[in-house]
Design a protein around this ligand. Sequence first.
Ligand code: M6R
Length: 606
Amino acid sequence: MCRIFAGIIKEGDIAPILRIGLKRLEYGGYDSAGIATIYEGKIHVKKDKGKIDEIHQKLNLDELKGNIGIAHTRWATHGAPSKINAHPHLDCNGNIAIVHNGIIENFLELKQELEQLNHKFVSKTDTEVIAHLIEEYYKVFKNFKEAFIEAIKRLQGSYAISVISTYEPDKIFLAKNGAPLLLGKGKDFNFASSDAIAFIDKTKECIPLEDNEIAIISLEGYEIYKLGSGTKVNRKPIFLNWNLEQASKEGYDHYMLKEIMEQETSMRWSLNAQKIYLELISDYMDKADKVFLVGAGTSYHSCVVGSYYYSKLATVTTIPVIASEFIENYGSSIDINTTILFVSQSGETADVLNAVDFARKRACTILAICNVIGSTLTRVARAYVLQQSGPEIGVAATKTYTSQLIIHLLLALNLAKKRGKISQYEMDEIKEALNEIPFLAGKILREKSKEIKEVAKRIINKNHVFFLARGLNYGTALEGRLKLLEIAYIPSTAYPAGESKHGPISLIEEGVPIIFIAPKDETRKQIIGNMMEMKTRGAEIITLAEEDDEEIKSLSNIFIGMPKMNSIITPILYILPLQLLAYYSSVLKGLDPDKPRNLAKSVTVL
Ligand code: M6R
């Protein structure tokens, strides 16, 4: 799991552009990084272990000369993070340099084959094998494009690859299978990257590559070919409407905080998601016997909340499933009559794409909610709706979660209408509630930050935190817990409150914090019962409840009052204080919430 960036410019040196672009890609991996350029007929490389700024400070990456180059930021899969294992990797003679995102599954057998041909390997990575393989084929073909294609054909696994070579010093060779790769087209330059964020300040014209395609970029333009047949592909650029400002920190200390705080806006965008696609997806869902909702991590949690929406509003049974379990759990029972709504912010999560692949082979109907246009998921889905969150850089999903919830709610409403399950009065009430969402989000975020910071001080030294809720907000408990756990490294458990007495209650003793999500809905009476059970056992009760709920207030050690709202929108708004709680807990512990250890923004390996 890494990110790559490559480019050629007419004038000047490419290295500073690559470094700045790479910095924006750091969310995809940050244990080592490097850049290679071609200057005066030779390849020059600077790389090291660590984050890009640290490496730049040490090595001055900008000093690399040359108008063509490739760059990489790494999240180790094969070979520990180290200078030697950092990309770019070279062939034996230093004429070929490569960067790669993905995993080459057959690298060991290729390595053995090449070692027998006297190739000398310096790293422990799977990537280095590709440079030597191209080198070997170049000896045969004496034509770099042919050597590149033959080498790529030998690879099994996933990859987004970018290669420069002294044999073709004005071209960048690219290949894609199972990892994202996009071209950025300009007048006096051309780029390629795992994510358009790397070049979006230079061009908004973007060409996504498909699996099993290779591409060549030069100052003259771009060429795309099918890997198997060699057929030339004629693909026009799509226009990206994101700007760099949207992708930068805008004065906040961390991307995570910026992204939490901008939810008033992102929610407004999501509420305006394209109606024709919402309509199309709900048509498919309407005709289905049952619908699976599949996602990983936060996106899975949105599916949990979604399943309550579809059932409560439209009486449609949906089954939320964790992507990595989908094939084992339901693989044998899905077929042409199965409809699956996949949810993925990035559209590139390997567990999700693996399930998609499996489901496609069984002729299932693939639907999607996704944030990234041109991502693999949007390209393979029968129909998809963009969640319109804007780019999310922080590793923790925040604004993309609330956008996904809004899309589920809009789909559920569409379905309810189609099925005649909702009265005009109910519809008007929900529409009114939807309109209030952005305003309420802004209010909560502005008014609650200080208070939440104080709560964070109370929990950061605790050994364990519980999150309990019922009904619609069970998903809120799951998501609040994931945020705290992944960003602040505080062990946490989330349960449906009713289930807590079937085991977890044995962990409760004096001072154990339990966060109850307890809005005024039909589950309120029961959740009060659960609060009492826990209070009697000495738990520290922290509640998120309606501000005038005196009964709940009297049971709480810490009470976080939320504005009055229609209970249907509570999952979208009650998660906000929990996102802030995770953020402040992380910062108070001296951690970097944007770069939690061992995590990457989009997990592109199984
Ligand atoms: O891009 P996706 O929505 O498919 O990503 C799914 C998960 O990897 C992601 O939500 C992950 O759990 C984050 N760490 C959540 O903050």
